[in-house]
Design a protein around this ligand. Structure first.
Ligand code: BEZ
Length: 212
């Protein structure tokens, strides 16, 4: 059965380009982004892994560790990393799981037989420090993911975990946010949102981002 939001991300032990990984232990208290790609030495994946390497500081600022996966073996990963570094003008700075035995692919349902019998799809999981799955996305092999969007979702998750707000369509860090509908008490609203709010409708109340 496929994994759902709020499920605990399955733990595993698997080989990687950075040696053996015990997943939960490797995550520690960090957030995690686990993402699969169809195969080594493929063009879209090369750009995705290169771009993720370039976002190292952005991930670090948010306390996030990235880890990639494909069903290719570790010696293939090492050769491919040389190509990624050369062509994407970066250095791959996160592990790539070598899931040749499909242990992790099976746990995370990463092979979709009606799309392809053997290759992993382009799935991605955001995992919080309690090891809960907070975002799942699956893209087709032909479409590279937008990693700015992943950072935007992580910003939203980290904000809304700490304040009684949600983020509206196309929200970017620093924009107005909405007050959660369950919060009704005016005194509490004033205390939580001292910058005030505007009620477009009783259920649509916008307030400046509280941690700015
Ligand atoms: C790619 O990563 O470039 C790719 C992989 C499988 C099918 C199409 C593109």
């Amino acid at each position: 059965m496929s994994l759902r939001l709020g499920d605990i991300a399955p733990d595993f032990e698997q080989d990687s380009s950075a040696g053996k990984i015990r997943f939960h232990e490797w995550l520690g208290d960090s957030w995690g982004v686990l993402f699969s790609h169809p195969a080594d030495f493929t063009p879209v994946c090369t750009t995705e892994l290169g771009f993720t390497a370039k976002l190292k500081d952005e991930f670090a600022q948010r306390g996030v560790k990235a880890i990639a996966l494909s069903v290719d073996p570790v010696d293939s990963h090492h050769k491919w990393i040389e190509d990624i570094n050369e062509t994407q003008n970066t250095r791959v700075n996160f592990p790539i799981l070598a899931d040749a035995d499909r242990k992790v692919s099976d746990l995370y349902d990463l092979i979709h037989p009606n799309a392809n019998d053997t290759l992993t799809v382009r799935s991605l999981f955001v995992i919080d420090p309690n090891k809960k799955i907070r975002l799942t996305i699956t893209y087709p092999a032909s479409t590279g993911r937008n990693f700015h969007e992943i950072l935007r979702v992580i910003d939203s998750l980290q904000l809304t975990d700490n304040y009684k707000v949600a983020t509206p369509a196309n929200w970017q860090d620093g924009d107005e946010v909405v007050i959660v509908p369950s919060l009704k008490d005016e005194e509490e609203i004033k205390r939580r949102f001292p910058k005030g709010y505007r009620a477009v409708k009783p259920y649509l109340r916008l307030t400046p981002q509280p941690n700015r």
